[in-house]
Write a protein that binds this ligand. Sequence first.
Ligand code: C5P
Length: 396
Amino acid sequence: MTELAGKTIVLGVCGGIAAYKAAELTRLFVKAGATVHVVMTQNGARFVTPTTFQALSGHPVWVDAWDDRRANSMSHIDLTRSADALLIAPATANTLAKLAQGLADDLLSTLALARDCPLLVAPAMNRQMWSNAATQRNVAQLRADGVEIIGPDAGEQACGEVGDGRMSEPAAIFEALAAFLQPKPLAGRRVLMTAGPTYEPLDPVRGITNTSSGKMGYALARALARAGAEVALVSGPVALATPLGVARIDVQTAAQMHQAVMQRVGRVDIFIGVAAVADYRPLEVSADKIKKSGEAPVIRLERNPDILADVASLPAAPFCVGFAAESRDLEHYARGKLESKRLGLVVGNLVQDGMGGDTNQVVLFDAAGAHPLPRADKHAVAAGIVTHLVALLAAR
Ligand code: C5P
């Protein structure tokens, strides 16, 4: 993965037990192609030694404001001059207080004050220190100053207590920073999406569903949020984590999905139907578990609403994107959908190429023609769809 290739990150490490997680974070950044310069507070260097970070980052580690390894003795300015971001993880209550006040009494706080790059902080502290009015005041001030606050999480703490204040996990901090550094061509755009399968009950324990994993829809929701869009995701039952910055509405049936979409669609610029919506549902749903009997039961079905077609035919319809998962004649069916449902874009794939797996091969169909994307993992495919969508919206 070279998601952060060409990016330079200054990672500030303060004195908290979560400093050990900053070692893993450094590794994730380096693995993603970033150049990482680590700056530690004196207390941070008591929890994990600079040698660890030097070995992981491959660069000298900075602790002392009077360090004269830089020829001009300007390490307090130089280090962030070419940086894309200054990230402080863990950020202690003390450092947050200093940042909120503009104090500069060590190398890290001086760098933060002298920086001309964005500042992100991942707080880590005991739950009472976090909920203390002074800390909350400082965090509110930092937010107002444009500082990005990542976390903290709730859970078990090193002191044995349970509550808010635990530093977010390295993977979550990585995701937040990588998302922050993405270009934002969809800033100000509101997107409503559906994803996953639907589940149509027959009785309290049985129902009709399909093999959609939701992975493509969730990857697309993530890519849209990273591109700056405000994303609401109406999701059928899936075993996936909600992407950062995405508002998720859980539903089970097509009727519930239809209702959740119709309630919100008036407020959006773009609607994307990725869900594998059941076309039919059982006509009767038994309140009790259906028992075995002599004769095999017959399940009678009725049509579900077509959510995408209903949205696309609204008088003030948003820009509509549909998915076409077909087992053959992809172009024929995808083009048919583009025209019959009056969509701006159809993402087509052969089910044998994508459903359930981590990679997908899709062809984008729009008024201008067919645009095949290379086979790639679903996140790369999602990024390709977003790039195409941005171009289509710009051309409108
Ligand atoms: O007509 P077909 O089901 O093949 O179209 C697939 C597209 O329509 C997908 O984008 C899917 O999310 C959407 N759809 C829907 N409601 C349905 C059936 C399909 O929104 N009941």
